[in-house]
Design a protein around this ligand. Structure first.
Ligand code: GDP
Ligand code: MG
Length: 343
């Protein structure tokens, strides 16, 4: 399945150091992701409370569908309600915070890198990706283990040379012959001087613990920038539009162009209740039909799934009202793109 844009590199010179590193990465991945939930605690290196405070930025990048959101949610932890008590003090797009032991991890999420069209919206999104990775302490470049195609290559080409980039070979649980990953990892090292190789599964909690331990070493010793209990500095309003957007694209599959967006028209708090009205803006009448579905069934599902996730996230009741509007050509109009909240 791995259709690489270039041919596999011809006869690489032997590199015992690299081989040892890969063998170690694979061995660890095998022990952690491969085992059932047997006690393998000694293999996990979660941050410990001793030592000076560390704090730094970690960007999560990769083409759509490789597991970035799953990873971010697992890293931030979903059980506690999201708070937005702190004003955003940096130019980063911060969506997740986690403080473990002496270390505060500030995760910088990026919109999926868009390769299909060169319009104003995509240029804006791509600029955001480049901006997000240029000034962080570590980049997690997420791919599906054993796979690498043109879309992955395009994202990789945006990685800055002066920031350590970790290869997260996600969905390792789907790889049946793990030994076959070694040549793939070697080929990946030819593509970019990755600082680390981490075969893992974002759905495996031990892998997540191990990832924290690896990331920690790349964060500078400095005072925490946020309250250790905070999980995000994004507003609930923003989270609501992201959640609808996620369900929209998940449930319409590849049919719906990425230029569709979500606007929050109303966001009201009444005690343990949130009343939200949102509009899904699509480019054509045909797209409107796709979103609404047969007898409104698709739109209803988008609404239900988004509502349920928001209720879980905030631990409160949510009323969510969704509308669909056609706004032809807006993706090619810089001014309109800006007015919808993209920088
Ligand atoms: P994103 O577009 O990169 O944010 O990807 P998502 O986090 O939305 O994940 C895309 C799909 O991959 C979802 O169906 C996830 O449940 C699934 N997924 C994510 N991580 C893993 C993993 O480690 N193993 C498996 N089997 N599936 C995963
Ligand atoms: Mg995502």
């Amino acid at each position: 399945m791995s259709r690489s844009p270039k041919q596999a590199p011809a006869a690489m010179p032997p590199n015992p150091e690299l081989d040892a590193m890969l063998a170690q990465a694979l061995g660890k991945g095998d022990a952690v992701a491969g085992g059932a939930d047997a006690a393998e605690a000694e293999d996990t290196a979660a941050p410990v409370a001793s030592g000076p405070q560390r704090c730094g930025f970690v960007a999560i990048v990769g083409k759509p569908n490789v597991g970035k959101s799953t990873l971010l949610n697992a890293l931030v932890g979903q059980k506690v309600s999201i708070t937005s008590s702190k004003a955003q003090t940096t130019r980063h797009r911060i969506t997740g915070l986690r403080t473990l032991g002496a270390t505060q991890f500030i995760f910088v999420d990026t919109p999926g890198f868009q390769t299909k069209h060169g319009n104003a919206l995509n240029r804006s999104l791509n600029k955001t990706v480049v901006g997000a990775v240029s000034d962080v302490d570590l980049v997690l470049f997420v791919v599906e283990a054993g796979k690498f195609n043109l879309a992955d290559a395009k994202v990789l080409s945006l990685m800055p040379a002066d920031v350590p980039v970790m290869l997260v070979a996600n969905k390792f649980d789907l790889v049946h012959r793990r030994g076959e990953l070694a040549p793939w990892l070697r080929a990946m090292q030819e593509r970019h001087p990755f600082a680390e190789f981490v075969p893992m599964s974002a759905k495996n909690s031990k892998d997540i613990q191990r990832l924290f331990g690896i990331c920690e070493q790349y964060l500078p010793e400095q005072a925490w920038m946020h309250d250790p209990d905070d999980l995000t500095d994004r507003s609930e309003r923003f989270m609501a539009s992201e959640m609808v957007r996620e369900k929209l694209f998940r449930l319409t599959g590849d049919e719906l162009p990425y230029t569709s967006t979500v606007i929050i028209d109303k966001f009201e708090e009444e005690g343990r209740l949130r009343r939200i009205a949102a509009t899904i803006v699509v480019e054509r009448d045909g797209h409107k039909g796709m979103v609404i579905g047969d007898k409104g069934e698709k739109l209803k599902r988008i609404g239900t799934e988004a509502r349920q996730e928001l209720e879980k996230l905030w631990d409160c009741k949510v009323f969510l009202e969704l509308w669909v509007k056609v706004r032809s050509g807006w993706a090619d109009d810089d001014a309109r793109v800006r007015s919808f909240g993209y920088e």
